[in-house]
Ligand binder design. Structure first.
Ligand code: C2O
Ligand code: CU
Ligand code: CU
Length: 480
């Protein structure tokens, strides 16, 4: 497929529909990957939150935020079994934080709302890692400012590695056959500036942009070798839920969920990716032609009642894959086993805790500025109030429910298993360790709290629709 055909395919499949602002670039460029910051041997790294100016399309630049660069941050690679010394400097004129979403570290190193980094300050947490390899991410988490700061770019990807991907038969050549893909949606004004002024509607439904960015870039294609390609999919959008598929019907072989590898590759033709979630999937390019990663338009709105599944239409293009036969091929055979060495909690004695994600409608809609319409178990987030305390090493079963719309539910400092969804066996893609799960009705989660968190540095649990989180659909707990 040449460029023009690719453009036509993408346009025919709805990409044009996604870009009503006339920002449709004249050509599809090669997708770039965030710089790799490999801290596996030094066991230390330094991030600097900075303001920047980024030119997303062939338009004027827009103000953005990033770590060590103008927009987003480097991909941090950390070795499990070691303690890494992090250093995060804030050169902005507002507080920010660096939350390690998916790292199992003690509360004081978690980087949530209780560890804001003030302008001009540097935060130096220790990150002792003993968790299995996984794709995680980091982002700012200052209460009330998270949605805006992430929208403008304060996020990046984290890889936890044990250096044994060759033994597993998994691609690990960064940016060649091991692709970091951060999916985000944005809206731009006519001058090319990021437009983010969420009103009542965006606050209730969550913000949806009309332009898809992959790794902070518009209208790009990933160039891939004629072999197996590992895609580390990270949903860094504020609210958009993707329902991903490949335009030629080729399956994606799921190999890892938020918390690490699953036992064996699981072929899927559709993969749902909610805000905060990560999935690793292998795509086999040994045969066949170029293809396009597509997404359905997922309908998630309180006005429509419970809406699982997808909206109408053919969906939209997220990222074309273009085979480049000159790229080095390292892995051509699908691995048989990934040997996730994760203990099973099913059967353990568990304390049951009920969590209900609440949105109030009617009068609540009128009070969007007060932030009172979002709550968990009827309580809006209050940074000064600890919601509960969990005994360290105890096993708990959380029954999490949502009405009116789907909410991606995230817990800090712990990995969980999804035991059931609406009383049924969970969706195949949720059959692994997770830290974020899309609640569409009720889900039962099972987990063991190993990491400590004091009352002054507690862990958060919240909806990962960032407008909902900032609006108060969040709580906090200590582990002692
Ligand atoms: Cu991705 Cu509480 O965060
Ligand atoms: Cu988190
Ligand atoms: Cu929500």
């Amino acid at each position: 497929m040449n460029r023009r055909q690719m453009m036509q395919t993408a346009a025919g499949l709805g990409l044009g529909v996604m870009l009503p602002n006339g920002l449709f670039a004249q050509s599809i460029k090669k997708l770039e990957f965030p710089p790799l910051l490999d801290a596996t041997s030094s066991q230390k790294f330094r991030l600097r939150a900075q303001a920047g100016e980024t030119q997303f399309a062939e338009r004027a630049g827009t103000d953005t935020l990033g770590f060590n660069q103008g927009y987003l941050g480097p991909t941090l690679r950390l070795r499990t079994g070691f303690t890494t010394q992090a250093e995060v400097e804030n050169t902005l004129d507002e507080p920010m934080s660096a939350h390690w979403h998916g790292l199992m570290v003690p509360g004081e190193s978690d980087g949530g709302p209780h560890q804001p980094i003030l302008p001009g300050q540097t935060w130096r947490p220790l990150l002792p890692l003993d968790q299995p390899p996984a794709t995680a991410w980091y982002h700012s988490h200052v209460h009330g400012a998270t949605a805006r700061q992430v929208m403008y770019g304060l996020a990046g990807v984290l890889q936890v590695t044990d250096g044994r991907d060759d033994e597993r038969g998994l691609p690990s050549n960064y940016g060649v056959d091991d692709l970091t893909l951060v999916l985000q949606d944005r809206q731009f004004d006519w001058r090319g500036r990021i437009k983010y002024t969420p009103g009542m509607h965006e606050t209730m439904n969550g913000f949806l942009g009309d332009t898809i960015l992959v790794n902070g870039q518009i209208d790009t294609a990933a160039e891939v070798p004629r072999g197996l390609v590992r895609c580390r999919l990270v949903n860094g959008s504020n609210s958009r839920i993707y329902n991903l598929w490949l335009s030629d019907g080729r399956p994606m072989h799921l190999v890892a969920t938020d918390g690490g590898f699953i036992d064996q590759p699981l072929p899927l033709t559709k993969l749902t990716l909610a805000p905060g979630e990560r999935y690793e999937a292998l795509i086999d390019f040994t045969n066949g032609n170029d293809t396009v990663l597509m997404s359905d338009n997922v309908n998630n709105s309180p006005m429509g009642g419970m809406m699982g599944g997808s909206g109408g239409g053919a969906g939209f293009a997220v990222l074309p894959f273009r085979i480049d036969a000159s790229l080095p091929v390292r892995i051509t055979k699908m691995p048989l086993h990934l040997n996730s060495d994760i203990p099973d909690l099913i059967g353990a004695d568990a304390t049951v805790r009920r969590i209900s994600l609440d949105m109030s409608m009617g009068m609540g809609m009128m009070m969007s500025r007060s932030g009172q319409q979002f709550s968990i178990n009827g309580e809006t987030f209050d940074q000064k109030r600890l919601n509960f305390t969990v005994a360290q090493n105890s096993v708990e079963r959380w029954v999490v429910s949502a009405d009116m719309m789907m909410h991606p539910f995230h817990i800090h400092g712990v990995r969980f298993q999804v035991v059931s969804e609406n009383g049924q066996t969970p969706r195949a893609q949720n059959d692994g360790w997770k830290d974020t799960v899309l609640i569409d009705g009720t889900a039962e989660l099972l987990m063991q709290f190993e990491k400590p968190a004091s009352a002054t540095a507690p862990f958060m649990y919240h909806c990962h629709i960032l407008e909902h989180e900032d609006g108060g659909m969040m709580g906090q707990f200590s582990v002692a």
